[in-house]
Design a protein around this ligand. Sequence first.
Ligand code: HEM
Ligand SMILES: *[C@@H]1O[C@H](CO)[C@@H](O)[C@H](O)[C@H]1NC(C)=O
Ligand SMILES: *[C@@H]1O[C@H](CO)[C@@H](O)[C@H](O)[C@H]1NC(C)=O
Length: 326
Amino acid sequence: MESKISIFITCLVFAAAFQLLLPVSEASLKVGYYKSKCKKAESIVKSTVRSFIVKNPGLGAGLIRMFFHDCFVRGCDASVLLDPTPANPQPEKLSIPNNPSLRGFEVIDAVKAELEKQCPGVVSCADIIALSARDASLFLGNISYKIPTGRLDGRVSISAEALQILPAPSFNLSQLEASFASKGLSTAEMVALSGAHSIGRSHCSSFTSRLYPTIDPTMNQGFGSFLRKLCPQNAAVDGVVPQDFVSPNKLDEQYYKNVESLTALFFSDWSLLTSGATLNQVDTYTKVPGAFKADFANAMIKMGSINEALPGSPGEVRGPTCRAVN
Ligand code: HEM
Ligand SMILES: *[C@@H]1O[C@H](CO)[C@@H](O)[C@H](O)[C@H]1NC(C)=O
Ligand SMILES: *[C@@H]1O[C@H](CO)[C@@H](O)[C@H](O)[C@H]1NC(C)=O
């Protein structure tokens, strides 16, 4: 009896010690974290994001991608928002996967400015990204979910890490699976999140290797000739085309239909057809109403829980701007 109690107490002590080692943000992530600290926080994010998306739906696509690119590199810590400084001239936002394609920074600036007016120093930039992506999913996809908040902002941002970690459009299925697995995400979650390629745009340079010198046999040949006209070889400027020509501003199942008809832009998109499990999932999304949206919502929440803050490297609530550490 006595030894059982002492084992129990030892366990408690260990659990408490382990808790201390966890990064603060992970220990305290919860839905409605700001309710008591800044009552209007989530509604300010929502109304600001809405005002930008009604003018330019593409910014909603940008915000959803920003969430992905933030969370994959050093966890969801707003490291993607830091501007270059003399001490750190090459932050994540200048990396090849982010520059010049990542957009929506002005939306984050506007949200942060409004939040600082109402509740200075309270709402983290990492949470602003997570909430903005959530709201963009609602406005572009009628996808609604609750996302836990309480993240802290990091102080480190390294361009080379973003290049190394973010998956490339040339990736095959095993590379995509490995990339997402390294962030704790399953293949099924990867397939669901890829549905974000039903909105927004791509620069030609992200897929011209599939057009020249010959049209990739994994691409619909008519679609390939069409893309060649929009993306001429050796063009002076890197053009942009919609990810989804059918419903470019709707976050919906159309992406999976495009994948099946070989009219998605990237080799990585096509790769979802190359295993029985992923092919089956793609097919289900094209056929079962609501299946994609439910899985997308859950996978966004999961992606938002990626936390790589190291014990002993305390995060902060960045302010007054999301572009610089305190
Ligand atoms: C599976 C691996 C993925 C690869 C290889 C990939 C790659 C890319 C590339 C190359 C672009 C075009 C960038 C440009 O040239 O402008 C793009 C755009 C986009 N991606 Fe992904 N992506 C992946 C997963 C995701 C995920 C998980 C999300 C979010 C849940 C996402 C959301 C988006 C969005 C919304 C756009 C359009 C952005 C805009 O219009 O500004 N992607 N992606
Ligand atoms: C939006 O989604 C909800 C379920 O979450 C559904 O009841 C409603 O009909 C949808 N609205 C539109 C316009 O599709
Ligand atoms: C995917 O690409 C990697 C790296 O090029 C290669 O080693 C692997 O064999 C490829 N896998 C498949 C299934 O093609």
